[in-house]
Ligand binder design. Structure first.
Ligand SMILES: Cc1cc2nc3c(=O)[nH]c(=O)nc-3n(C[C@H](O)[C@H](O)[C@H](O)COP(=O)(O)OP(=O)(O)OC[C@H]3O[C@@H](n4cnc5c(N)ncnc54)[C@H](O)[C@@H]3O)c2cc1C
Ligand SMILES: NC(=O)c1ccc[n+]([C@@H]2O[C@H](COP(=O)([O-])OP(=O)(O)OC[C@H]3O[C@@H](n4cnc5c(N)ncnc54)[C@H](O)[C@@H]3O)[C@@H](O)[C@H]2O)c1
Length: 473
Protein backbone atom coordinates (compact mmCIF):
# COMPACT_ATOMS: atom_id res chain seq x y z
CA UNK A 1 0.00 0.00 0.00
CA UNK A 2 1.37 3.39 -0.97
CA UNK A 3 0.94 6.23 1.51
CA UNK A 4 0.45 9.90 0.47
CA UNK A 5 0.36 13.16 2.34
CA UNK A 6 -2.74 14.12 0.35
CA UNK A 7 -5.27 12.21 -1.76
CA UNK A 8 -7.74 14.09 -3.98
CA UNK A 9 -10.77 12.29 -5.42
CA UNK A 10 -11.98 13.99 -8.59
CA UNK A 11 -10.18 16.12 -11.18
CA UNK A 12 -12.87 18.84 -11.50
CA UNK A 13 -12.50 21.42 -8.76
CA UNK A 14 -10.20 18.94 -6.99
CA UNK A 15 -7.55 19.48 -9.66
CA UNK A 16 -7.14 23.07 -8.43
CA UNK A 17 -6.16 21.93 -4.95
CA UNK A 18 -2.40 21.37 -5.44
CA UNK A 19 -0.74 24.78 -5.42
CA UNK A 20 2.91 25.55 -4.76
CA UNK A 21 2.37 25.44 -0.99
CA UNK A 22 2.00 21.67 -1.40
CA UNK A 23 5.08 21.14 -3.57
CA UNK A 24 6.77 19.20 -0.77
CA UNK A 25 3.77 16.92 -0.25
CA UNK A 26 3.20 13.62 -2.00
CA UNK A 27 -0.20 13.81 -3.71
CA UNK A 28 -2.43 11.19 -5.34
CA UNK A 29 -5.10 12.53 -7.69
CA UNK A 30 -7.77 9.96 -8.56
CA UNK A 31 -10.04 10.42 -11.58
CA UNK A 32 -12.21 7.62 -12.89
CA UNK A 33 -13.74 9.40 -15.87
CA UNK A 34 -12.65 9.00 -19.47
CA UNK A 35 -11.89 12.73 -19.59
CA UNK A 36 -9.82 14.78 -17.18
CA UNK A 37 -11.14 17.99 -15.64
CA UNK A 38 -14.64 17.18 -14.37
CA UNK A 39 -18.15 18.21 -15.32
CA UNK A 40 -17.74 21.96 -15.86
CA UNK A 41 -15.07 21.52 -18.50
CA UNK A 42 -16.24 18.35 -20.23
CA UNK A 43 -20.02 18.29 -20.10
CA UNK A 44 -21.20 21.31 -18.11
CA UNK A 45 -20.66 25.06 -17.91
CA UNK A 46 -18.05 25.52 -20.62
CA UNK A 47 -19.35 23.47 -23.57
CA UNK A 48 -22.98 24.42 -22.86
CA UNK A 49 -22.15 28.11 -23.00
CA UNK A 50 -20.26 27.59 -26.25
CA UNK A 51 -23.47 26.13 -27.70
CA UNK A 52 -25.49 28.94 -26.12
CA UNK A 53 -23.45 31.59 -27.94
CA UNK A 54 -24.23 29.85 -31.24
CA UNK A 55 -27.89 29.64 -30.25
CA UNK A 56 -28.01 33.32 -29.20
CA UNK A 57 -26.57 34.27 -32.57
CA UNK A 58 -29.16 32.20 -34.42
CA UNK A 59 -31.97 33.65 -32.27
CA UNK A 60 -30.74 37.20 -32.90
CA UNK A 61 -30.84 36.60 -36.64
CA UNK A 62 -34.29 35.06 -36.45
CA UNK A 63 -35.52 38.08 -34.46
CA UNK A 64 -33.77 40.79 -36.49
CA UNK A 65 -36.70 42.12 -38.48
CA UNK A 66 -37.84 44.18 -35.48
CA UNK A 67 -34.68 46.27 -35.96
CA UNK A 68 -35.27 46.71 -39.67
CA UNK A 69 -32.50 44.24 -40.46
CA UNK A 70 -33.07 41.48 -42.98
CA UNK A 71 -31.17 38.52 -41.49
CA UNK A 72 -32.36 34.95 -41.72
CA UNK A 73 -31.25 31.84 -39.92
CA UNK A 74 -30.49 29.33 -42.63
CA UNK A 75 -29.61 26.40 -40.38
CA UNK A 76 -26.80 25.08 -38.21
CA UNK A 77 -23.79 23.03 -39.20
CA UNK A 78 -24.02 20.78 -36.15
CA UNK A 79 -20.85 18.72 -36.78
CA UNK A 80 -18.92 21.99 -37.18
CA UNK A 81 -20.23 23.24 -33.83
CA UNK A 82 -19.37 19.93 -32.13
CA UNK A 83 -15.89 20.19 -33.63
CA UNK A 84 -15.46 23.81 -32.56
CA UNK A 85 -16.52 23.07 -28.99
CA UNK A 86 -14.80 19.76 -28.36
CA UNK A 87 -12.03 19.03 -30.88
CA UNK A 88 -10.79 22.63 -30.96
CA UNK A 89 -11.30 23.66 -27.35
CA UNK A 90 -12.60 21.40 -24.59
CA UNK A 91 -10.78 18.15 -25.41
CA UNK A 92 -7.50 20.02 -25.86
CA UNK A 93 -7.84 21.64 -22.43
CA UNK A 94 -8.78 18.31 -20.82
CA UNK A 95 -5.81 16.48 -22.37
CA UNK A 96 -3.51 19.40 -21.50
CA UNK A 97 -4.65 19.31 -17.87
CA UNK A 98 -4.01 15.61 -17.62
CA UNK A 99 -0.60 15.84 -19.33
CA UNK A 100 0.37 18.65 -16.95
CA UNK A 101 -0.44 16.59 -13.87
CA UNK A 102 1.39 13.54 -15.29
CA UNK A 103 4.38 15.57 -16.48
CA UNK A 104 7.67 16.86 -15.10
CA UNK A 105 6.06 20.04 -13.74
CA UNK A 106 4.20 18.02 -11.10
CA UNK A 107 6.79 15.50 -9.86
CA UNK A 108 4.99 15.13 -6.52
CA UNK A 109 1.61 14.20 -8.07
CA UNK A 110 0.62 10.63 -9.05
CA UNK A 111 -2.46 10.28 -11.22
CA UNK A 112 -4.69 7.23 -10.64
CA UNK A 113 -7.17 6.68 -13.46
CA UNK A 114 -9.60 4.36 -11.71
CA UNK A 115 -12.60 4.46 -9.42
CA UNK A 116 -11.81 5.33 -5.79
CA UNK A 117 -13.64 3.74 -2.90
CA UNK A 118 -12.91 3.82 0.83
CA UNK A 119 -11.96 0.51 2.44
CA UNK A 120 -11.09 2.08 5.80
CA UNK A 121 -11.05 5.52 7.43
CA UNK A 122 -8.23 6.93 5.30
CA UNK A 123 -7.60 4.10 2.90
CA UNK A 124 -8.89 3.81 -0.65
CA UNK A 125 -9.07 1.08 -3.22
CA UNK A 126 -8.51 2.34 -6.78
CA UNK A 127 -6.48 1.44 -9.87
CA UNK A 128 -3.85 2.81 -12.18
CA UNK A 129 -3.93 1.83 -15.86
CA UNK A 130 -6.14 -1.14 -14.95
CA UNK A 131 -3.85 -2.39 -12.15
CA UNK A 132 -5.55 -2.48 -8.72
CA UNK A 133 -3.99 -0.22 -6.10
CA UNK A 134 -4.60 0.52 -2.44
CA UNK A 135 -3.54 3.94 -1.18
CA UNK A 136 -3.78 5.79 2.11
CA UNK A 137 -3.49 9.47 2.92
CA UNK A 138 -3.05 11.80 5.88
CA UNK A 139 -5.42 14.28 4.27
CA UNK A 140 -8.15 13.34 1.79
CA UNK A 141 -10.13 15.83 -0.31
CA UNK A 142 -13.37 14.42 -1.72
CA UNK A 143 -14.35 16.42 -4.82
CA UNK A 144 -16.30 13.65 -6.53
CA UNK A 145 -19.11 15.82 -7.93
CA UNK A 146 -22.58 14.69 -9.01
CA UNK A 147 -24.26 12.83 -11.87
CA UNK A 148 -27.64 13.09 -13.63
CA UNK A 149 -30.62 11.68 -11.77
CA UNK A 150 -32.65 9.43 -14.07
CA UNK A 151 -36.27 8.86 -12.99
CA UNK A 152 -36.99 5.11 -12.73
CA UNK A 153 -39.76 5.33 -15.33
CA UNK A 154 -37.06 6.19 -17.88
CA UNK A 155 -34.16 4.17 -16.44
CA UNK A 156 -36.21 0.97 -16.29
CA UNK A 157 -37.92 1.41 -19.69
CA UNK A 158 -34.95 0.45 -21.85
CA UNK A 159 -35.41 3.45 -24.18
CA UNK A 160 -32.37 5.30 -25.46
CA UNK A 161 -31.94 8.61 -23.67
CA UNK A 162 -29.30 11.30 -23.42
CA UNK A 163 -28.03 13.50 -20.64
CA UNK A 164 -25.68 16.48 -20.55
CA UNK A 165 -22.85 13.94 -20.73
CA UNK A 166 -23.49 12.91 -24.33
CA UNK A 167 -26.12 15.19 -25.91
CA UNK A 168 -23.56 17.77 -27.05
CA UNK A 169 -21.46 15.14 -28.83
CA UNK A 170 -24.27 13.62 -30.92
CA UNK A 171 -23.00 13.03 -34.46
CA UNK A 172 -26.12 14.68 -35.89
CA UNK A 173 -28.51 17.33 -34.69
CA UNK A 174 -31.81 15.63 -33.80
CA UNK A 175 -34.78 16.68 -35.90
CA UNK A 176 -36.89 16.75 -32.74
CA UNK A 177 -36.03 16.49 -29.05
CA UNK A 178 -38.14 15.80 -25.98
CA UNK A 179 -36.64 17.30 -22.86
CA UNK A 180 -37.75 15.88 -19.52
CA UNK A 181 -37.35 18.55 -16.82
CA UNK A 182 -37.82 22.29 -16.54
CA UNK A 183 -34.81 23.50 -14.55
CA UNK A 184 -31.37 24.88 -15.41
CA UNK A 185 -30.17 22.14 -17.74
CA UNK A 186 -33.52 21.64 -19.46
CA UNK A 187 -33.90 25.36 -20.21
CA UNK A 188 -30.36 25.89 -21.45
CA UNK A 189 -30.58 22.93 -23.84
CA UNK A 190 -34.13 23.88 -24.89
CA UNK A 191 -32.80 27.27 -26.01
CA UNK A 192 -29.79 25.70 -27.76
CA UNK A 193 -31.71 23.10 -29.73
CA UNK A 194 -34.74 25.22 -30.54
CA UNK A 195 -32.61 28.13 -31.76
CA UNK A 196 -30.51 25.80 -33.89
CA UNK A 197 -33.61 24.39 -35.61
CA UNK A 198 -34.62 21.26 -33.64
CA UNK A 199 -38.32 20.94 -32.75
CA UNK A 200 -38.24 20.97 -28.93
CA UNK A 201 -40.89 19.41 -26.70
CA UNK A 202 -40.66 19.93 -22.95
CA UNK A 203 -42.30 17.67 -20.40
CA UNK A 204 -42.19 18.86 -16.79
CA UNK A 205 -44.20 18.20 -13.68
CA UNK A 206 -44.37 21.92 -12.82
CA UNK A 207 -44.04 25.24 -14.68
CA UNK A 208 -40.56 26.10 -15.96
CA UNK A 209 -37.88 27.35 -13.52
CA UNK A 210 -40.21 27.13 -10.58
CA UNK A 211 -37.67 28.30 -7.98
CA UNK A 212 -37.60 31.87 -9.36
CA UNK A 213 -39.18 34.91 -7.72
CA UNK A 214 -42.87 34.75 -8.68
CA UNK A 215 -42.92 37.90 -10.83
CA UNK A 216 -39.89 36.76 -12.81
CA UNK A 217 -41.17 33.18 -12.90
CA UNK A 218 -44.50 34.28 -14.41
CA UNK A 219 -42.79 36.52 -16.97
CA UNK A 220 -40.34 33.78 -17.88
CA UNK A 221 -43.05 31.19 -18.39
CA UNK A 222 -45.12 33.63 -20.43
CA UNK A 223 -42.17 34.30 -22.70
CA UNK A 224 -40.31 31.00 -22.79
CA UNK A 225 -43.02 28.37 -22.70
CA UNK A 226 -44.67 29.33 -26.05
CA UNK A 227 -41.31 28.95 -27.83
CA UNK A 228 -41.55 25.20 -27.30
CA UNK A 229 -44.19 22.50 -27.41
CA UNK A 230 -44.77 22.23 -23.67
CA UNK A 231 -46.47 19.62 -21.52
CA UNK A 232 -46.29 21.23 -18.09
CA UNK A 233 -47.79 19.87 -14.89
CA UNK A 234 -47.50 16.37 -16.33
CA UNK A 235 -45.57 13.28 -15.24
CA UNK A 236 -44.36 10.43 -17.43
CA UNK A 237 -46.09 7.09 -16.91
CA UNK A 238 -44.31 5.09 -19.65
CA UNK A 239 -41.50 5.36 -22.19
CA UNK A 240 -41.22 3.24 -25.31
CA UNK A 241 -39.14 3.13 -28.46
CA UNK A 242 -41.24 4.15 -31.45
CA UNK A 243 -41.11 2.17 -34.73
CA UNK A 244 -38.89 4.79 -36.43
CA UNK A 245 -36.35 4.61 -33.58
CA UNK A 246 -37.56 7.71 -31.73
CA UNK A 247 -38.81 7.80 -28.15
CA UNK A 248 -42.45 8.04 -27.09
CA UNK A 249 -43.35 9.25 -23.61
CA UNK A 250 -46.84 8.59 -22.29
CA UNK A 251 -48.01 11.21 -19.81
CA UNK A 252 -50.45 10.97 -16.91
CA UNK A 253 -53.24 12.52 -19.02
CA UNK A 254 -52.67 9.76 -21.64
CA UNK A 255 -51.06 12.21 -24.07
CA UNK A 256 -48.16 10.74 -26.00
CA UNK A 257 -45.09 12.78 -26.92
CA UNK A 258 -42.74 11.40 -29.59
CA UNK A 259 -39.41 12.84 -30.70
CA UNK A 260 -36.38 11.49 -32.45
CA UNK A 261 -34.34 11.87 -29.23
CA UNK A 262 -34.89 12.22 -25.47
CA UNK A 263 -32.85 14.38 -23.08
CA UNK A 264 -33.26 13.74 -19.36
CA UNK A 265 -32.59 16.83 -17.21
CA UNK A 266 -34.33 16.02 -13.95
CA UNK A 267 -31.73 17.10 -11.43
CA UNK A 268 -28.36 15.76 -10.28
CA UNK A 269 -27.38 13.48 -7.40
CA UNK A 270 -24.10 13.66 -5.46
CA UNK A 271 -21.66 10.82 -6.17
CA UNK A 272 -21.37 10.02 -2.44
CA UNK A 273 -23.10 6.64 -2.84
CA UNK A 274 -20.22 5.29 -4.92
CA UNK A 275 -17.41 6.06 -2.48
CA UNK A 276 -17.81 3.34 0.17
CA UNK A 277 -18.21 6.08 2.76
CA UNK A 278 -19.56 3.67 5.38
CA UNK A 279 -16.03 2.21 5.64
CA UNK A 280 -14.68 5.62 6.59
CA UNK A 281 -17.23 6.88 9.12
CA UNK A 282 -18.25 9.74 6.82
CA UNK A 283 -21.87 10.79 7.32
CA UNK A 284 -24.19 11.59 4.43
CA UNK A 285 -27.39 13.66 4.42
CA UNK A 286 -30.73 12.23 3.29
CA UNK A 287 -30.33 14.01 -0.07
CA UNK A 288 -26.98 12.30 -0.67
CA UNK A 289 -24.68 15.22 0.17
CA UNK A 290 -21.68 14.44 2.35
CA UNK A 291 -22.00 16.14 5.74
CA UNK A 292 -19.37 18.85 6.18
CA UNK A 293 -19.00 21.46 8.90
CA UNK A 294 -18.60 25.19 8.24
CA UNK A 295 -14.96 24.62 7.28
CA UNK A 296 -15.44 21.70 4.89
CA UNK A 297 -14.49 18.91 7.33
CA UNK A 298 -16.37 15.63 7.04
CA UNK A 299 -17.13 13.48 10.05
CA UNK A 300 -13.84 11.59 9.52
CA UNK A 301 -10.85 13.49 10.87
CA UNK A 302 -8.54 14.62 8.06
CA UNK A 303 -11.12 14.04 5.31
CA UNK A 304 -12.64 17.11 3.64
CA UNK A 305 -15.29 17.53 0.93
CA UNK A 306 -16.06 20.28 -1.58
CA UNK A 307 -18.30 20.94 -4.55
CA UNK A 308 -21.38 19.09 -5.78
CA UNK A 309 -20.70 16.05 -3.58
CA UNK A 310 -21.36 18.06 -0.41
CA UNK A 311 -22.41 21.62 -1.25
CA UNK A 312 -25.90 23.13 -0.97
CA UNK A 313 -25.13 24.83 -4.32
CA UNK A 314 -24.37 22.81 -7.46
CA UNK A 315 -22.52 25.68 -9.12
CA UNK A 316 -18.96 25.87 -10.36
CA UNK A 317 -18.15 29.24 -8.81
CA UNK A 318 -19.27 27.82 -5.46
CA UNK A 319 -17.22 24.62 -5.90
CA UNK A 320 -14.18 26.79 -6.72
CA UNK A 321 -14.75 29.05 -3.71
CA UNK A 322 -15.22 26.08 -1.37
CA UNK A 323 -12.03 24.54 -2.74
CA UNK A 324 -10.07 27.73 -2.02
CA UNK A 325 -11.45 27.83 1.53
CA UNK A 326 -10.66 24.16 2.17
CA UNK A 327 -7.15 24.55 0.77
CA UNK A 328 -6.61 27.44 3.17
CA UNK A 329 -8.06 25.42 6.05
CA UNK A 330 -5.91 22.36 5.32
CA UNK A 331 -2.86 24.63 5.45
CA UNK A 332 -4.11 26.11 8.75
CA UNK A 333 -4.43 22.66 10.28
CA UNK A 334 -0.92 21.76 9.10
CA UNK A 335 0.43 25.05 10.47
CA UNK A 336 -1.44 24.66 13.75
CA UNK A 337 0.32 21.37 14.39
CA UNK A 338 3.63 23.28 14.35
CA UNK A 339 2.29 26.53 15.72
CA UNK A 340 -1.00 26.28 17.69
CA UNK A 341 -1.57 30.05 17.33
CA UNK A 342 -2.12 29.56 13.57
CA UNK A 343 -5.74 28.41 13.84
CA UNK A 344 -7.44 30.89 11.45
CA UNK A 345 -9.71 28.61 9.41
CA UNK A 346 -12.27 30.33 7.18
CA UNK A 347 -15.86 29.16 6.66
CA UNK A 348 -17.10 27.92 3.30
CA UNK A 349 -18.27 31.13 1.54
CA UNK A 350 -22.00 30.68 1.10
CA UNK A 351 -23.21 34.28 1.39
CA UNK A 352 -24.87 36.03 -1.55
CA UNK A 353 -24.41 33.18 -4.02
CA UNK A 354 -25.53 34.31 -7.48
CA UNK A 355 -26.58 32.08 -10.35
CA UNK A 356 -27.47 32.55 -13.98
CA UNK A 357 -29.31 30.43 -16.49
CA UNK A 358 -28.08 30.93 -20.03
CA UNK A 359 -31.41 30.27 -21.68
CA UNK A 360 -33.81 32.50 -23.60
CA UNK A 361 -34.45 34.92 -22.06
CA UNK A 362 -31.34 34.85 -19.87
CA UNK A 363 -31.94 34.71 -16.12
CA UNK A 364 -29.82 35.74 -13.15
CA UNK A 365 -30.52 35.90 -9.43
CA UNK A 366 -28.87 36.71 -6.15
CA UNK A 367 -30.38 36.81 -2.68
CA UNK A 368 -33.98 36.40 -1.64
CA UNK A 369 -37.22 36.29 -3.56
CA UNK A 370 -39.88 38.77 -2.43
CA UNK A 371 -41.71 36.00 -0.57
CA UNK A 372 -38.55 34.90 1.23
CA UNK A 373 -37.88 38.51 2.26
CA UNK A 374 -41.42 38.88 3.61
CA UNK A 375 -41.20 35.54 5.42
CA UNK A 376 -37.93 36.69 6.99
CA UNK A 377 -39.75 39.69 8.45
CA UNK A 378 -38.09 42.47 6.43
CA UNK A 379 -39.71 45.84 5.80
CA UNK A 380 -39.84 45.04 2.09
CA UNK A 381 -39.82 47.45 -0.85
CA UNK A 382 -39.71 46.10 -4.42
CA UNK A 383 -39.33 47.55 -7.88
CA UNK A 384 -39.84 45.83 -11.21
CA UNK A 385 -38.08 47.81 -13.90
CA UNK A 386 -38.63 47.02 -17.58
CA UNK A 387 -35.61 47.07 -19.89
CA UNK A 388 -37.96 48.70 -22.37
CA UNK A 389 -38.21 51.83 -20.22
CA UNK A 390 -34.54 52.78 -20.55
CA UNK A 391 -32.82 54.10 -23.64
CA UNK A 392 -30.83 50.98 -24.51
CA UNK A 393 -33.97 48.91 -24.09
CA UNK A 394 -35.68 51.17 -26.66
CA UNK A 395 -32.73 50.61 -28.97
CA UNK A 396 -33.21 46.86 -28.61
CA UNK A 397 -36.99 47.17 -29.13
CA UNK A 398 -37.29 45.16 -25.92
CA UNK A 399 -40.81 44.76 -24.59
CA UNK A 400 -40.48 41.80 -22.24
CA UNK A 401 -37.25 41.92 -20.19
CA UNK A 402 -37.27 43.07 -16.59
CA UNK A 403 -35.31 43.50 -13.38
CA UNK A 404 -36.81 43.04 -9.95
CA UNK A 405 -35.02 44.43 -6.92
CA UNK A 406 -36.06 43.65 -3.35
CA UNK A 407 -34.76 45.86 -0.55
CA UNK A 408 -35.24 46.57 3.12
CA UNK A 409 -36.92 49.99 3.45
CA UNK A 410 -35.53 50.65 6.92
CA UNK A 411 -31.87 49.87 6.17
CA UNK A 412 -31.57 50.61 2.44
CA UNK A 413 -29.98 47.18 2.01
CA UNK A 414 -30.53 45.04 -1.06
CA UNK A 415 -32.13 41.70 -0.19
CA UNK A 416 -32.49 40.20 -3.65
CA UNK A 417 -32.00 40.96 -7.34
CA UNK A 418 -33.56 39.06 -10.22
CA UNK A 419 -32.87 39.80 -13.88
CA UNK A 420 -34.56 38.38 -16.96
CA UNK A 421 -33.35 39.51 -20.35
CA UNK A 422 -30.24 40.15 -22.45
CA UNK A 423 -26.98 40.17 -20.47
CA UNK A 424 -28.76 39.30 -17.22
CA UNK A 425 -25.72 37.32 -16.01
CA UNK A 426 -23.47 40.33 -16.54
CA UNK A 427 -25.83 43.07 -15.36
CA UNK A 428 -26.44 41.35 -12.03
CA UNK A 429 -22.77 41.49 -11.05
CA UNK A 430 -23.18 45.06 -9.75
CA UNK A 431 -25.90 43.85 -7.42
CA UNK A 432 -23.69 40.98 -6.25
CA UNK A 433 -21.10 43.62 -5.36
CA UNK A 434 -23.72 45.67 -3.51
CA UNK A 435 -24.65 42.66 -1.38
CA UNK A 436 -21.11 41.36 -0.86
CA UNK A 437 -19.88 44.76 0.36
CA UNK A 438 -23.10 45.52 2.27
CA UNK A 439 -23.59 48.81 0.41
CA UNK A 440 -26.48 51.16 1.10
CA UNK A 441 -28.63 51.39 -2.05
CA UNK A 442 -29.36 55.05 -1.35
CA UNK A 443 -25.67 55.77 -1.85
CA UNK A 444 -25.23 53.25 -4.65
CA UNK A 445 -27.81 55.10 -6.71
CA UNK A 446 -26.37 58.59 -6.24
CA UNK A 447 -22.66 58.26 -5.44
CA UNK A 448 -21.55 56.95 -8.81
CA UNK A 449 -22.07 57.76 -12.46
CA UNK A 450 -24.23 55.44 -14.51
CA UNK A 451 -23.08 55.47 -18.12
CA UNK A 452 -25.69 56.84 -20.46
CA UNK A 453 -27.31 55.21 -22.35
CA UNK A 454 -25.91 51.84 -21.29
CA UNK A 455 -28.17 48.96 -20.30
CA UNK A 456 -26.99 49.37 -16.70
CA UNK A 457 -29.47 52.26 -16.51
CA UNK A 458 -32.07 49.56 -15.98
CA UNK A 459 -30.40 48.83 -12.64
CA UNK A 460 -30.10 52.53 -11.77
CA UNK A 461 -33.80 53.07 -12.47
CA UNK A 462 -34.75 49.95 -10.54
CA UNK A 463 -32.88 51.22 -7.48
CA UNK A 464 -34.42 54.69 -7.80
CA UNK A 465 -37.85 53.07 -8.08
CA UNK A 466 -37.54 51.54 -4.61
CA UNK A 467 -39.34 53.24 -1.77
CA UNK A 468 -36.16 54.56 -0.16
CA UNK A 469 -35.16 57.97 1.10
CA UNK A 470 -32.59 58.97 -1.55
CA UNK A 471 -30.22 61.89 -1.07
CA UNK A 472 -30.88 64.83 -3.40
CA UNK A 473 -29.56 64.28 -6.92
C1 LIG B 1 -25.02 20.85 -18.23
C2 LIG B 1 -24.46 21.59 -17.04
C3 LIG B 1 -24.22 22.93 -17.15
C4 LIG B 1 -23.71 23.64 -16.06
N1 LIG B 1 -23.52 24.98 -16.19
C5 LIG B 1 -23.05 25.68 -15.13
C6 LIG B 1 -22.84 27.07 -15.25
O1 LIG B 1 -23.06 27.69 -16.30
N2 LIG B 1 -22.36 27.75 -14.16
C7 LIG B 1 -22.11 27.10 -12.98
O2 LIG B 1 -21.69 27.75 -12.03
N3 LIG B 1 -22.31 25.77 -12.85
C8 LIG B 1 -22.77 25.05 -13.90
N4 LIG B 1 -22.94 23.70 -13.77
C9 LIG B 1 -22.61 23.05 -12.49
C10 LIG B 1 -21.10 22.75 -12.40
O3 LIG B 1 -20.70 22.05 -13.56
C11 LIG B 1 -20.79 21.93 -11.17
O4 LIG B 1 -21.31 22.58 -10.02
C12 LIG B 1 -19.29 21.74 -10.98
O5 LIG B 1 -18.71 21.23 -12.14
C13 LIG B 1 -19.04 20.80 -9.79
O6 LIG B 1 -17.65 20.62 -9.64
P1 LIG B 1 -17.08 19.44 -8.73
O7 LIG B 1 -15.62 19.62 -8.69
O8 LIG B 1 -17.84 19.37 -7.47
O9 LIG B 1 -17.43 18.10 -9.52
P2 LIG B 1 -16.99 17.59 -10.96
O10 LIG B 1 -16.47 18.66 -11.83
O11 LIG B 1 -18.14 16.79 -11.47
O12 LIG B 1 -15.75 16.62 -10.66
C14 LIG B 1 -15.93 15.40 -10.05
C15 LIG B 1 -14.97 14.42 -10.69
O13 LIG B 1 -14.83 13.30 -9.82
C16 LIG B 1 -14.77 12.12 -10.57
N5 LIG B 1 -15.20 11.05 -9.66
C17 LIG B 1 -16.42 10.93 -9.07
N6 LIG B 1 -16.43 9.87 -8.25
C18 LIG B 1 -15.20 9.32 -8.32
C19 LIG B 1 -14.61 8.20 -7.71
N7 LIG B 1 -15.28 7.45 -6.83
N8 LIG B 1 -13.34 7.89 -8.03
C20 LIG B 1 -12.64 8.64 -8.91
N9 LIG B 1 -13.15 9.72 -9.51
C21 LIG B 1 -14.41 10.06 -9.21
C22 LIG B 1 -15.71 12.37 -11.73
O14 LIG B 1 -15.41 11.54 -12.84
C23 LIG B 1 -15.47 13.86 -12.02
O15 LIG B 1 -14.51 14.04 -13.02
C24 LIG B 1 -23.43 22.96 -14.85
C25 LIG B 1 -23.65 21.58 -14.75
C26 LIG B 1 -24.15 20.91 -15.83
C27 LIG B 1 -24.37 19.42 -15.71
N1 LIG C 1 -26.12 27.99 -15.57
C1 LIG C 1 -25.89 27.27 -14.48
O1 LIG C 1 -25.39 27.75 -13.47
C2 LIG C 1 -26.25 25.81 -14.47
C3 LIG C 1 -26.59 25.17 -15.65
C4 LIG C 1 -26.92 23.83 -15.60
C5 LIG C 1 -26.90 23.15 -14.39
N2 LIG C 1 -26.56 23.81 -13.26
C6 LIG C 1 -26.57 23.12 -11.95
O2 LIG C 1 -26.92 21.76 -12.12
C7 LIG C 1 -28.05 21.47 -11.32
C8 LIG C 1 -28.86 20.40 -11.96
O3 LIG C 1 -29.58 20.94 -13.08
P1 LIG C 1 -30.98 20.34 -13.48
O4 LIG C 1 -31.59 21.19 -14.52
O5 LIG C 1 -30.82 18.88 -13.77
O6 LIG C 1 -31.78 20.40 -12.11
P2 LIG C 1 -32.87 21.45 -11.58
O7 LIG C 1 -33.04 21.12 -10.16
O8 LIG C 1 -32.58 22.83 -12.00
O9 LIG C 1 -34.18 21.01 -12.36
C9 LIG C 1 -34.70 19.71 -12.25
C10 LIG C 1 -36.00 19.63 -13.03
O10 LIG C 1 -36.40 18.25 -13.11
C11 LIG C 1 -37.73 18.10 -12.66
N3 LIG C 1 -37.79 16.79 -12.00
C12 LIG C 1 -37.11 16.42 -10.90
N4 LIG C 1 -37.39 15.14 -10.58
C13 LIG C 1 -38.24 14.68 -11.52
C14 LIG C 1 -38.87 13.44 -11.75
N5 LIG C 1 -38.72 12.39 -10.94
N6 LIG C 1 -39.67 13.32 -12.84
C15 LIG C 1 -39.84 14.38 -13.66
N7 LIG C 1 -39.26 15.59 -13.50
C16 LIG C 1 -38.48 15.73 -12.44
C17 LIG C 1 -37.97 19.27 -11.73
O11 LIG C 1 -39.35 19.58 -11.69
C18 LIG C 1 -37.14 20.38 -12.37
O12 LIG C 1 -37.88 21.02 -13.38
C19 LIG C 1 -28.76 22.80 -11.14
O13 LIG C 1 -29.55 22.81 -9.97
C20 LIG C 1 -27.63 23.77 -11.07
O14 LIG C 1 -27.18 23.85 -9.74
C21 LIG C 1 -26.24 25.13 -13.28
Amino acid sequence: MKHYDIIIIGSGSGNSFPTEEFDDCSIALVEEGPRFGGTCLNSGCIPTKMYVVAADTAATAADSSKLGIDMTFEGADWPAIVDRVFAHRVDIIARGGEDYRRGDECPNVNLYNGHAEFTGPKTLRTSIDGEPATISGDTIIIAAGSRPFIPPVIAESGVEFHTNEDIMRLPQQPESLTILGGGYIAMEFAHVFQSLGTHVRIVNRSPLMRHLDKDIHDRFNAQAAPRYETHLGRVVTAATTSPDGGVTLTLDDDTTVTSSALLVATGRVPNSDRLGLEASGIDVRDDGRIVVDDYGRTTCDGVWAVGDVSSPYMLKHVANAELRAVRHNVLCVADAQNDPSRAGMIPLPHDHVPSAVFTYPQLASVGMTEQQALDAGHDVTCKIQAYGDVAYGWAMEDTTSAVKLIADRSTGRLLGAHYMGPQAATLIQQMVTVMAFDLDLRKVARHQYWIHPALTEVTENAILGLDLDFPPA
